[in-house]
Design a protein around this ligand. Structure first.
Ligand code: IVH
Length: 672
């Protein structure tokens, strides 16, 4: 019995901690613990729930990992229709909208809220008793699909909202939040790269990827796709419970949703124009895509007066930025050989301006994609450019008169080696291990900005280094001599010295970068990071078996197999040895332990500290053996309170946990 009580207590504590860290990481973007530490908490919770199934609740953070696939979706009726918005493609149309609003209610000037128009999939989240009860897609606006298990895997969606927070906002425990599920550009690119490598379906843009990731019957797929949720609408019994839309946005933030960001209160339509103007160029810098600006009348009273048409509210409109799409002719289709030997077809386009950038190439991913598009050389196509992403072909708009089909070459265009297509793969690969294209691509990848960041090692230099036989693998870079480099074309004494310095400096980069730089199939930047957090050195990673690799977060069987395969290759083992000999041996940063004076003690920090960040304060106590927790429980030994403390302070007082001010904390640590 005592054991069951202890388990219940630990389960609750773990859930509190996980909720807190999910909020810090996924909503505020300010993590306080590593992914590996988060995983350990999640693993422990899953173990306890497996041992004590009676403790499982539908809002437990363990549901974030997905669960079992279902047979089909249920259709659900929306409490209030999820309407769409009228679109404006020009400022004139926006001005007309403003005029209609002003005339409709007889006012000179209207207060609007301008918000980003997130390019994703709209979702309604229904909370009951403060817990997430249902997630439903927009569907046709009146009925949608029940995707509850899927949305529960999205970490920025709270599974539970604190009843105290609701009370403070005078909201009941039953309410609805609407918003947009989307995928960041980075997650989209990484996902498509993996899909391409493993021969799976390529998504055309982040919006389709987000929609495709939510509307799948197997929620564990949703869990693996990194999705975000932005909330922009709050309803109680189908009505907005505030006097202003801006109050809703503030309330959503208070309830710990990732609310619509960068919104602005605009006094009159002129300020709306300014907002739209300002974000048009800046939208490229956002981590996710927006396709316009949504303009809403701020006052709910005015919104009610204006009402709705059959299709859309009269109090809101979407201003759409011009699409970055264009039509052009595919003059040729060429093949590029990647560092893993994958042959990627690339369309050579008649150069065309798309959103201010000249585009002359576009990736076609693989042969299946060409077949799907029904594309032949000479056809006219519609292309789209999204942010920095290489443009892609959306569809064939006109078949060319003298069109001719493209065929994958039987031999590698770089080395003449045999090209092979594995049975269960879409990708064609050059099987020659010594293919110079692979070598060049591996070197370029190794030197790239997010890998070892060796500025100056561009394709012209790499071509020469490989063609002259000076560099056979990545490790050879570290034995290059200044004299050899200075003799290359386009190389002066000074740039040669620069390159040598840059190569030497790269030895100091992190283990995460090095793992990514090795160019292991299916191991991107993020996986590199996760592996570096799990293993303390490259040697340790190199000897890990598939089972051990599988223990790392987000590493599935395929990735584990790809990593094991890489390190079992004798040529790669040699490279690892050569790198080590050259002094490229980063280790994961280990925490410095200064004493055990707080061993077994648990600290919680709340509010702003004057002399250090909470994270730094946490590091300080951890150096003396303490644990830092995100939530207060009876087991907490100290709660350190800064300015504007949160509910943790109240909880500490309630439970009678010792509370320290910053000076008291400094004294305890012997800093004063
Ligand atoms: S408000 C009744 N705000 O755009 C008003 N919608 O074209 C409900 N969308 O179906 C919508 N960002 O999926 C609103 N900041 C935002 C939005 C937004 C994206 C989507 C939403 C809607 C569609 C209409």
């Amino acid at each position: 019995m005592a054991k069951a009580v202890a388990a219940k207590h630990e389960v609750e504590e773990l859930r509190d901690k996980l909720r807190h860290h999910e909020y810090l990481y996924y909503v505020l973007d300010q993590p306080e613990i590593s992914d590996a530490a988060y995983d350990r908490l999640m693993k422990r919770l899953a173990e306890l729930e497996a041992a004590h199934p009676e403790l499982i609740t539908p809002d437990s953070p363990t549901v974030r990992v997905g669960g079992t696939p279902r047979a089909g979706f249920q259709t659900v009726q929306h409490a209030r229709p999820m309407l769409s918005l009228d679109n404006a493609f020009s400022y004139e149309t926006l001005a007309d909208f403003d005029r209609r609003v002003r005339q409709g209610i007889g006012r000179e000037k209207i207060e609007y809220i301008a918000e980003h128009k997130f390019d994703g999939l709209s979702i309604s989240l229904q909370y009951e008793n403060g817990g997430l009860a249902r997630g439903v897609t927009r569907g046709d606006g009146r009925t949608g699909e029940d995707v509850t298990p899927n949305v529960k895997t999205i970490r920025s969606i709270p599974l539970r909202v604190e009843l105290a927070a609701l009370k403070k906002l005078k909201l009941p425990p039953r309410f609805e939040v609407r918003g947009e599920v989307l995928m960041t550009r980075k997650a989209f690119e990484a996902m498509n790269r993996q899909q391409e490598e493993s021969g799976k379906k390529i998504f055309v843009n982040p919006r389709n990827a987000a929609a495709g990731s939510v509307r799948v019957l197997d929620p564990s797929i949703t869990a693996r796709r990194r999705l975000e949720f932005f909330a922009y609408y709050l309803l109680v019994d189908g009505e907005v419970p505030f006097a202003k839309h801006s109050d809703s946005l503030e309330a959503l933030k208070q309830l710990r949703f990732r609310a619509s960001e960068h919104w602005k209160l605009c006094d009159g339509v002129e300020e709306v124009f300014k907002y739209c103007d300002a974000w048009e160029p800046k939208r490229e810098e956002l981590p996710y895509e927006i396709d316009g600006v949504v303009i809403k009348v701020n006052s709910l009273g005015i919104q009610r007066e204006l009402g709705y048409t059959a299709k859309a509210p009269r109090w809101a409109i979407a201003y759409k930025y011009p699409a970055r799409q264009e039509t052009t002719v595919v003059n040729d289709i060429r093949v590029q050989v990647g560092r893993t030997g994958t042959l990627t077809p690339v369309a050579v386009l008649e150069p065309v301006q798309v959103g201010g950038v000249t585009v002359s190439r576009s990736t076609l991913h693989n042969m299946d994609e060409i077949d799907r598009l029904g594309l032949q050389i000479g056809d006219t196509v519609l292309i789209e450019r999204a942010g920095e992403v290489i443009p892609h072909v959306l569809k064939v708009t006109k078949e060319g008169e003298n069109r001719r089909p493209f065929r994958m070459p039987k031999n590698c265009p770089e080395c003449g080696g045999a090209v092979h297509r594995a049975e269960d793969e879409v990708a064609y690969r050059c099987v020659n291990a010594a293919c110079p294209a692979k070598r060049k691509e591996s070197l370029l990848h190794f030197a790239s900005r997010h890998a070892m960041d060796i500025n100056g090692l561009g394709d012209k230099i790499v071509d020469q280094l490989v063609d002259k036989g000076m560099v056979k693998d990545i490790a050879d870079l570290y034995t290059l001599k200044l004299d050899d480099v200075a003799e290359l074309e386009r190389m002066g004494e000074k740039s040669a010295q620069n390159l040598i310095d840059q190569i030497a400096a790269s030895k100091k980069h992190t283990l995460a970068r090095l793992i990514y730089a090795l160019g292991i199939r299916m191991v991107g930047e993020r996986t590199g990071q996760l592996l570096a957090e799990h293993f303390s050195s490259l040697d340790e990673l190199a000897v890990a078996n598939e089972e051990q690799l599988f223990e790392v977060t987000e590493v599935g069987p395929k990735v584990a197999a790809a990593i094991a395969e890489f390190f079992s290759e004798s040529a790669n083992q040699k490279i690892i040895k050569k790198l080590d000999k050259a002094g490229v041996r980063p280790t994961a940063e280990k925490r410095v332990i200064k004493s055990q004076k707080f061993a077994g003690k648990s600290f919680v920090f709340t509010g702003g500290l004057a002399h250090r960040s909470r994270e730094e304060a946490g590091q300080l106590v951890m150096q003396h053996g303490a644990k830092v927790s995100g939530s207060v429980s009876k087991k907490t030994d100290y709660v350190v309170v800064g300015t504007d403390p949160g509910s943790k302070y109240d909880k500490a007082k309630e439970l009678g946990v010792p509370v320290l001010t910053e000076p008291e904390f400094e004294k305890l640590l012997g800093l004063k």
